[in-house]
Design a binder for this molecule. Structure first.
Ligand code: ARG
Length: 449
C-alpha cells in the first residue's frame, strides 16, 4: 500500500542543511539565554546537545527517522533523547517557517562564496591561455563563417567578460540573500523580547528582515540564485559549443587533454569532448530548476505554504551542477592545446581580409559603400576562379579601381588585427592592456567577488 506520509517527507534532501540548522539553533539558544527567556543552564545543555548532533551527522551515525518528516524535527527529537526536557525550550520564539528560511539563506550565501571562487579560477585559466598565446591571430566568426582575424587572446578575454558579469550577478544575489529572517516566527513575529540584531551578528548576516510575513514566504533569493546560475551555465554552454567545434577534425584548432575526452566503444580514432558536451547538456537541467521554482511560487498567497518545501531539490541540483562545472573547466582549460599553426594560417586566408581591402580604398579617399561593392566583386571573382586575393594580379585590382597599388599586398592577418586599434578592439596593444586589466581585477578580487 502507498505510504501517504512519504509524500510530505523532505528529510532525504533537506538534511544537507544540517550545519546551517545547527548554527541557527545555537545562535537562537544563545539569544534566548541572553534575553532571559531560557536559563543559561538550559542554553549550555542545548548547545552541548547540538554539538553532539552535528558530529553524529558528520560521522553518519545520526539516527535519521523519516517518520519525523524533515531535518528540523529530526534534530529536535534527537536533542530530546540526548538532553531531555531542556530540548523543549529551544523552539521558544521560533517556528520552522523562519528556521528553514534562515537555513536556506545561510546555505545560499556559502554556495555563492564557493561559486565566486570557482569563477575566479576559470577566469584565471582564461587569462593564462590569453597570456600564453598573446600574439596568435585566429579567424573570428560571424554566422559561423570566417569573418575577420582576431587575436586568440581577444577571444579568451571575451569569456573573461562574461564570467565577470556572472560574478557581479552572484554578488548582487548575495546582498539580497544576506538578510536574517529569524524572529519572524510562523508569520506574525514572536511574543517574546528577542534580540534579532544579535542573531544577525551571531550568524554573520548584515541586516534583519523588515516584515515577518514577507520573510517567511520570500524565496526571491533562490530565484535570483537560479537565474544567475542559469546565465552562468549558458556561458559555459556557449564556450562548450566552441570547444566542441574547435576540437573537431573540421576545425582542428585545439586538442583537449586526454583526461577530458573519451574514446568511442567502437571507433578507435575518437576523442570525444564529453565534458564540454555534458556542460552544454546540463545547462538545460539548470534552466528547468529555475522555471520549476518560478512556477511553484507564482500562485502562492502569503505567507508560508508547504509548496515552499519544493524550493530545495532544484536549488541543490543547480548549485551542484554549477560548482562541478566550475571545477571541470578550471581544470580542463589550462590543459587545452592550441594548434597555433592551423589557426594562424586560416586567419591569413585572403577572403578574411576583404574588409581591410575596403578600408584600404577608404584610406585613399573612396566612400566606404563603394569600396565595399568593389571588394564584393573581387571576392566573387576570386571564388569563381579559385584564387586568393593575395594571388590576384595587380592588373585585376586596377580593373576595379585605379586606387589599388602594389601596397595592397602588404595587408595581412597581423596588419588587419593591428588596425582595430580602438577601445575594445583586437589590436595587440589593446588586447595586452585588456589582459593587464583582467590580471589586476583578479589580483584585487582574490578568490572572492
Ligand atoms: N520542511 C519544511 C520546508 O522545507 C520546513 C518548514 C515546515 N513548516 C511547516 N509549517 N510545515 O519548507
Amino acid at each position: 500500500m502507498t505510504d501517504f506520509r512519504a509524500y510530505t517527507v523532505s528529510i532525504d534532501y533537506d538534511r544537507r542543511l544540517y550545519r546551517q540548522d545547527v548554527a541557527g539553533s545555537m545562535a537562537h539558544a544563545k539569544m534566548l539565554a541572553k534575553q532571559g527567556i531560557i536559563s543559561d543552564e538550559d542554553c549550555a545543555q542545548i548547545t552541548q546537545g547540538l554539538k553532539t548532533i552535528e558530529r553524529e551527522i558528520q560521522e553518519e551515525e545520526f539516527p535519521w527517522d523519516p517518520d519525523l518528516e524533515d531535518l528540523h524535527m529530526n534534530i529536535e527529537s534527537r536533542l530530546h533523547q540526548l538532553i531531555g526536557a531542556a530540548a523543549g525550550r529551544l523552539h521558544t520564539a521560533r517556528s520552522r517557517n523562519d528556521q528553514v528560511a534562515v537555513d536556506l539563506r545561510l546555505y545560499t550565501k556559502e554556495t555563492i562564496t564557493q561559486i565566486a571562487s570557482g569563477l575566479r579560477g576559470v577566469q584565471q585559466a582564461l587569462v593564462g591561455l590569453a597570456a600564453k598565446h598573446h600574439d596568435v591571430v585566429m579567424p573570428g566568426y560571424t554566422h559561423l563563417q570566417r569573418a575577420q582575424p582576431v587575436l586568440f587572446a581577444h577571444h579568451m578575454l571575451a569569456y573573461f567578460e562574461m564570467f565577470q558579469r556572472d560574478v557581479g550577478r552572484f554578488r548582487d544575489c548575495y546582498q539580497r540573500t544576506d538578510v536574517m529572517p529569524l524572529g519572524s516566527g510562523a508569520l506574525a513575529g514572536v511574543a517574546y523580547q528577542t534580540d534579532r540584531e544579535f542573531l544577525a551578528r551571531e550568524l554573520g548576516f548584515s541586516r534583519i528582515s523588515a516584515n515577518s510575513m514577507d520573510a517567511v514566504s520570500d524565496r526571491d533569493f533562490v530565484v535570483e540564485f537560479l537565474a544567475a546560475t542559469s546565465v552562468c551555465m549558458m556561458h559555459f554552454s556557449r564556450m562548450s559549443e566552441e570547444l566542441i567545434l574547435w576540437s573537431s577534425g573540421e576545425f582542428g584548432f585545439i586538442r583537449l587533454a586526454d583526461e577530458f575526452t573519451t574514446g568511442s566503444s567502437i571507433m578507435p580514432q575518437k576523442r570525444n569532448p564529453d565534458f564540454a558536451e555534458l556542460a552544454r547538456g546540463k545547462t538545460g537541467r539548470v534552466y528547468g530548476d529555475l522555471m520549476g521554482l518560478l512556477t511553484t511560487l507564482k500562485g502562492l498567497p502569503l505567507t508560508y505554504n508547504r509548496d515552499l518545501q519544493e524550493d530545495k531539490e532544484g536549488f541543490f541540483d543547480a548549485a551542484d551542477t554549477l560548482t562541478t562545472t566550475l571545477d571541470v573547466f578550471g581544470a580542463m582549460l589550462p590543459g587545452m592545446n592550441l594548434n597555433t599553426d592551423r589557426v594562424s594560417s586560416l586567419a591569413g586566408e585572403s577572403q578574411m581580409l576583404a574588409t581591410d581591402l575596403a578600408d584600404y580604398l577608404v584610406a585613399k579617399g573612396m566612400p566606404f559603400r563603394e569600396a565595399h561593392g568593389i571588394m564584393r566583386q573581387l571576392s566573387r571573382h576570386c571564388d569563381d576562379n579559385g584564387v586568393s586575393l593575395q594571388e590576384l594580379p595587380l592588373a585585376e585590382y586596377k580593373k576595379q579601381s585605379g586606387l589599388f597599388d602594389q601596397d595592397v599586398y602588404d595587408i595581412t592577418a597581423q596588419s588587419s588585427a593591428a588596425a582595430r586599434d580602438n577601445p575594445g578592439g583586437t589590436a595587440p596593444g589593446r588586447v595586452a592592456a585588456a589582459l593587464k586589466e583582467a590580471k589586476m581585477i583578479l589580483e584585487a578580487a582574490g578568490n572572492g567577488f
